[in-house]
Write a protein that binds this ligand. Structure first.
Ligand SMILES: Nc1nc2c(ncn2[C@@H]2O[C@H](COP(=O)(O)OP(=O)(O)OP(=O)(O)O)[C@@H](O)[C@H]2O)c(=O)[nH]1
Ligand SMILES: [Mg+2]
Length: 451
């Protein structure tokens, strides 16, 4: 999948989404990009300056294909680091295809998925975390997901890792220096200092690791699981939270069987509300499966919303239900629903609502936001959102734990240095300082063409 054998190819692709649009952008990158576009363009641009725009026509066999604007980016000041030309044409699929065909006839080839970004990486314009952040930025649906991706694209994560790497390289070199003088039995690296430095680095990595669940929730929508006994009004609550009649509502207990997920953006944060089958002992096979599914959903949740029917449920029953979730260490919101049917309010400690009342729904939203903020407080600074990064960090923590054990057991410097180098290797794979064809192939294959 790696395209490094063809790094000097001129590549082209439609960089805007497929279909019709006001305009579309066809992008060309490579040493001959400007020359190739020059042959199909009505104006002479072979000597054009970088960052210049040119209005003209794309011509095929003396026929006009479209009136376009051509933007020139000269190496190295372009996205890929090569000469890049972007042709902004009208967004008809016919025009886009014709322009692509012309470019191919004149020496370009169709880009593979992620190949523009890969060129940017290979030419040192960005590290891997930054190129991956582009994909996240494009897919970000909410302000918070956008903020994280943007910080990563600006190099926030790479900087944090580079600080850790520098410390580790220093450590490894000191220990390795000792090995050169092994006859003389000297210690350049003070073992206590080493110990505390390793401790700090492990802690920093642990912090990054722990931010993953939160980061992942932001990237894909914060999972909020709504649960409770049958007929409590869970589906009514879901429908009103997302402002759509998505889930069936009826007065028959056991209406919802499968889980229903719907997203809603509140204050720039994407929440994924998950309605579930009411929890009760049941002989019905399908309902039973639903109940099991509900319980497994709890494991995926970032926030739990427990709903009960305040007009029919005793406080003891509520407390009994909550006991089951006591161990689940995530923020919980307890809602006493159908308060319109209750004469004197008994459940002051819970949020009293009528799921059909708009103002009450706003209260629920604001409580959910508060709970989200309590999650956010634990995660300042860089936040992990990428499973590949998580894996590398976990491996690196395992290596450094070996270093720690080695120091405790007074192992030889040789082994200690080896484990430090191994952890450096794993951190290096995150930014791409250490990379293999297989790794790069995997990453860029997940991009779309034109990126
Ligand atoms: N009066 C009143 N009725 C409500 C309220 N919320 C829900 N209901 C009614 O309660 C019944 C059950 O509502 P659902 O939303 O289907 O309850 P559920 O918890 O999803 O039930 P299951 O899917 O069976 O577990 C329906 O008839 C709703 O119209 C409320 O705040 N006040
Ligand atoms: Mg339901």
């Amino acid at each position: 999948m790696l395209h490094s054998d063809s790094i000097n190819d001129n590549i082209c692709a439609i960089s805007t989404p497929p279909g019709f649009g006001g305009i579309a952008v066809v992008r060309v990158s490579g040493p001959d990009a400007i020359q190739i576009v020059n042959t199909i363009f009505s104006k002479e641009i072979s000597k054009a300056k970088g960052y210049s725009l040119h209005y003209g026509k794309i011509i095929k066999n003396n026929h006009d294909i479209d009136q376009v604007v051509v933007s020139i980016f000269k190496s190295p000041k372009s996205f890929t680091g090569e000469d890049v030309v972007e042709i902004s044409c009208h967004g008809s699929t016919y025009i886009q295809q014709e322009i692509l065909l012309l470019l191919i006839e004149n020496g370009a080839r169709i880009a593979k998925p992620g190949e523009f970004s890969q060129k940017a990486f290979i030419n040192g314009k960005m590290d891997l975390t930054q190129t991956e952040a582009i994909a996240d930025l494009i897919h970000a649906k909410s302000k918070s997901a956008h903020d994280i991706a943007l910080n990563q694209m600006k190099g926030g994560f790479a900087n944090e890792l580079s600080i850790l790497r520098t410390k580790l390289i220093e450590l490894a070199s000191l220990v390795e220096l000792e090995l050169d003088f092994s006859e003389e039995d000297v210690e350049f690296a003070d073992r206590d200092q080493l110990q505390s430095l390793i401790e700090t680095i492990i802690q920093n990595l642990e912090k990054l690791k722990q931010s993953f669940n939160y980061g992942n929730a932001i990237k894909n929508g914060v999972p909020v699981v709504i649960l409770g006994r049958p007929n409590a009004g869970k589906s009514t609550l879901l429908n009103n939270l997302i402002d759509d009649d998505r889930a069936l509502v009826s007065d028959i207990p056991g209406t919802t069987r499968d889980t229903i997920e719907e997203s809603s953006i509140i204050n720039g944060i994407e929440f994924k509300f998950i309605d579930t089958a009411g929890i009760r002992e049941t002989k019905d096979k399908v309902e039973k499966m639903g109940v099991e599914r509900t319980l497994s959903m709890v494991e995926r949740a970032s926030i739990l919303v427990y709903v009960y029917d305040a007009s029919t449920t005793a406080l003891e029953e509520v407390e009994q239900d909550l006991l089951a979730f006591q161990k689940v260490a995530i923020p919980k919101l307890i809602i006493a629903n159908k308060i319109d049917l209750v004469n004197n309010v008994k459940f002051k400690q819970h949020l009293n609502i009528s799921a059909t009342n708009k103002e009450d729904i706003e209260k629920v939203k604001s409580k959910v936001l508060d709970l989200f903020s309590s999650l956010a407080e634990n995660h300042e600074g860089v936040i992990l959102t990428n499973a590949r990064h998580l894996e590398a960090i976990q491996l690196s923590i395992a290596d450094l734990s070996k270093v720690r054990d080695g120091l405790n057991n007074k192992s030889s410097g040789e082994f200690i240095a080896m484990d430090i180098r191994q952890s450096l290797h794993h951190i290096g794979t995150i930014t791409g300082e250490i990379s293999s064809d297989e790794l790069l192939g995997n990453i860029f294959a997940n991009f779309c063409i034109g990126k």
